[in-house]
Design a protein around this ligand. Sequence first.
Ligand SMILES: [Mn+2]
Length: 388
Amino acid sequence: MAKARSSRRNRQSASRPTPAAFEGRLRLLRDRLPALKLDGFLLTHAADIAHLTGFSGHDSVALVTPRDVTVFTDSRYTEELQRDASHVKLALRTKSMSQTVAPVVERARLSRVGFEANFATFGLMDGIRRALRTSKKSKTALVPISDLMQRLRAVKSTAELVHTRHAVAIAQAAFDEVMRKVKPGVTEGWIAGALIFEMRAAGATDAAFDPIVGAGPNSSLPHYTPGPVKLLTDSLLLVDWGALVDGYRSDLTRTMFLGKVHPKLEKIYKIVLEANEATIAKLRPGMTGKEADAIARNIIKKAGYGDYFGHGLGHGVGRDIHEEPRLHKSRDKDQLQPGHVITVEPGIYLPGLGGVRIEDDILITQDGCEVLTSIGKSFDWARNVLRG
Ligand SMILES: [Mn+2]
């Protein structure tokens, strides 16, 4: 018992943001409300609530007003809330969530309350709306807003970057450990499970997402689900994985060869590597998501594989595995800013033969960028890393 208590204290002092950090984050949200003519904001996405309060429970809702923050949760989470977010008000849910939230919104006499349109469920918002309507006094309008919190969370503080760097370090160490054991006959599922085990054994909360491990031709499916498929000699292996550490995620991909390399796969490996490196060399604040995407896409197009690179170049990564900003041809206005953490992950996928993707995590800085990931990626590395 005593031991558990002291380790909890260690963890808190090591990595918990100070109340001042939450005040700063809340101020950024509150500063946006007047322009949107809002006097309150409802949060339903666990990552947004954790970012603003420190509370990381699920099935919870938070109401931010200019004066205070209320978290609506149930008895499973009350101890956690009091421990991690003692600066917020607790509203214990005993009835449905909508019947718990509505009276608090009403008592606060709010006229326009925003909510994140991309995360709130229709069921919850409709329930709150109905509960408010049954009360004669209430005149509160619920207003859908897109990507407000996503944009606020996109720029990372130094304190947040400590967690991201830690998530990268744990993912990379697990990769090194597991790849030493990979040899012909090992299955995709074993590799995926071993990566999760090694990351958790090293202190990660979990994997950042279910690892994608594609052996041979399976590597041409960008979001393949690994199974009991054995890795054969003279084939390739694509691994896309990351760690979740203190609420922050990393996201990497490497493609490697076992035995003889098919000349066509060698060719696309070198093109994808050039696209990855040329893009990273040019990333800087002020560049749009479309411009960044175009650097990699033009290289792949010129080499004749434009039709085999279907997804966007990359995405923000933080509390969510896919978040703002997006590096995509549709993003011609949003500019990269210092503090953005993004992935750069060009790929070429040849159905029936195999796919190559090389993904790094990048921090946008004042005058360029910093590559957070440091695992090898040269063709020689890819050919030699699996020695089994
Ligand atoms: Mn990714």
